[in-house]
Design a protein around this ligand. Structure first.
Ligand SMILES: [Zn+2]
Length: 276
């Protein structure tokens, strides 16, 4: 009997020790975890505020989620679970943000609206900011007169100073959120594609005696500004200060479009497909 009592007491002591250990481990882990989240949040907020001072808190949350890779896309979830990586809408092999913003055909109408929004803002800037009237808008999203081509360049303008013509085309390629080199490569590729697409029209006009060049305005789908756009805006008669204001507006709007497309993707996915 005496031995039994001793054993029971020992067991009780062990249980108490275990409880204490668990409590301290849980407390320490919780504090550490909360601190790391808080630090990361503050750090990210500060950096994002510095980089994008005009963005709203919702936009900043969206950027933070992109940078931390915490958007609820299958390609991101794949890192923690064995979830299928395919797109919930079109069935493409990998549901990444790049796929949603530029390749998932279910959002083609939204890409079109995004493109037209940027194009219209640029046209307004050319007409409003151009105080010297050195540039005149000839056509917007129409076939070029006198040229046998079905292509419809976004904006065609005449430069009054030297009588030359510019074909301006807006394009929104997907940048890489973590790698500026890959982003630059994507922008160069987009510029080259636009140049080769509209060069036949420019050559035909040049043969008719109107010297014509093709220029592009490139903004990343997540609101990254291509530095070469400064030259394009200068050629369109927009001053440096106005170009800065236009840059902020266009980047912010493009990012808002990215968030809208992402939200639409998630809501359509919930409605159309069973939960994984
Ligand atoms: Zn898709």
């Amino acid at each position: 009997m005496g031995n039994c009592m001793v054993l029971r007491k020992k067991k009780k002591k062990k249980k108490k020790k275990k409880k204490k250990k668990n409590f301290f481990f849980f407390f320490f882990f919780q504090v550490k975890y909360n601190m790391s989240i808080e630090l990361e949040k503050k750090f990210s907020d500060k950096r994002i505020k510095q980089q994008h001072p005009s963005f709203s808190p919702i936009d900043r949350d969206f950027i933070r989620a992109i940078k931390n890779g915490t958007l609820r896309l299958h390609a991101n979830k794949r890192r923690w679970t064995d979830i299928i990586q395919t797109c919930r809408l079109c069935g493409y092999v990998s549901e990444t943000l790049g796929h949603v913003l530029a390749h998932c055909k279910c959002h083609a109408s939204m890409w079109h609206l995004r493109h037209n929004d940027i194009q219209n803002r640029l046209v307004m800037a050319i007409t409003d900011y151009n105080n010297t009237a050195s540039v005149r808008v000839v056509s917007v999203n129409r076939r070029v007169r006198g040229v046998d081509s079905t292509l419809r360049p976004d904006i065609v303008v005449d430069k009054m100073s030297d009588g030359s013509r510019l074909i301006v085309d807006v394009t929104v390629p997907v940048e890489h959120a973590h790698d500026p080199c890959r982003t630059r490569a994507a922008f160069e590729k987009a510029r080259y594609t636009k140049n080769t697409k509209y060069r036949p029209i420019a050559n035909a006009l040049t043969c008719q005696g109107i010297r014509t060049r093709v220029v592009a305005l490139i903004i990343g789908a997540l609101g990254t500004w291509d530095e070469k756009n400064a030259e394009t805006l200068k050629e369109l008669g927009i001053s440096t200060l106005d170009a800065m204001a236009l840059r902020n507006t266009l980047c912010l709007q493009t990012l808002k479009w990215a968030r809208r497309i992402y939200v639409r993707h998630m809501t359509m996915g919930k409605r159309n497909t069973p939960k994984h």
